[in-house]
Design a protein around this ligand. Sequence first.
Ligand code: ZN
Length: 305
Amino acid sequence: MNLLFVFHCFVFLSSVWTVASDSCDRGKCRTVRNVIYQDLIPHYRAVGAKIPYSCPFFKDKDRYVVQEEHKEREHSTRWTCGYCGKSFIGEIYLDGHLSRRHKESIYVEPDSVCLSDYCEIFRCDILSGVAKPTFWDVALCMEEDMIDLTQDCSELMSKCIPENLSWNASKTLTASLSKSVCSYLTCKSYYDAPDIQEEVPVGISYVVFTTMLCIGLIIYYCVAVNYFWLDTFSDSYDFEEPRAVHPESLFKSSPPKMDIPPLRFIPPRPKTKKKLTIVDKELIDKSDIFGQKSFAKKISDELKS
Ligand SMILES: [Zn+2]
């Protein structure tokens, strides 16, 4: 009983752990990673420094960085797994494959970082184009919230300044990092989005087009088979010439003959007049309660006379 309880606890905890490990949004991580690689790393190169280990953006801490490096993109509709060579029509499908088949390459040590945890500072939804700011988003923006967010951003960036850097280089790098990320954390600039060249969803249109083509071909061949071979749509029939019957057919072309005996003439029975009895006559007389018969007889006798 105790072993069974322990086993159920283990299954429950492993399920929770699996869900927790998948709660790190790969797409949002990519958005943060792109900002780091495209906007922040050039500032480090400018001062001849590297991202220190104390910074959450230290490359080896990235939970998915190894898997991201094993993605091969030929074009927007062909993504190949660098581990097993399997190809997919979209990056999201390759992400699912990596999560299921290559879990061992996800960095899950205690110092691993899920970059999507910093999405509020990096404005993931705005930069990725997932969320379009509405009028009310801008109108209801609280400047106090933005001040708190800016403070969080400054603390985060202070962890990313190398200790061995000179005072000037440190000051330059701090200003550059703040300008690239923290300066947007105001109600006026938070919703500023760069011009994103949205990729045409060729993969989806390819799947839809192929499906529609297959359905069209199936319908075409069904109609063609019925029209040319099965005569389902034919409206003319030849009633004069009997159809050929297969020699092994169970049903014969002519109806089966039945032994029916010839009809015999039966003479009608002669009608016999039944003699009225005394009782019948009395009953007839009693039935004439209105005296119609006697009145008619009287009239006829008077006419005869
Ligand atoms: Zn694979």
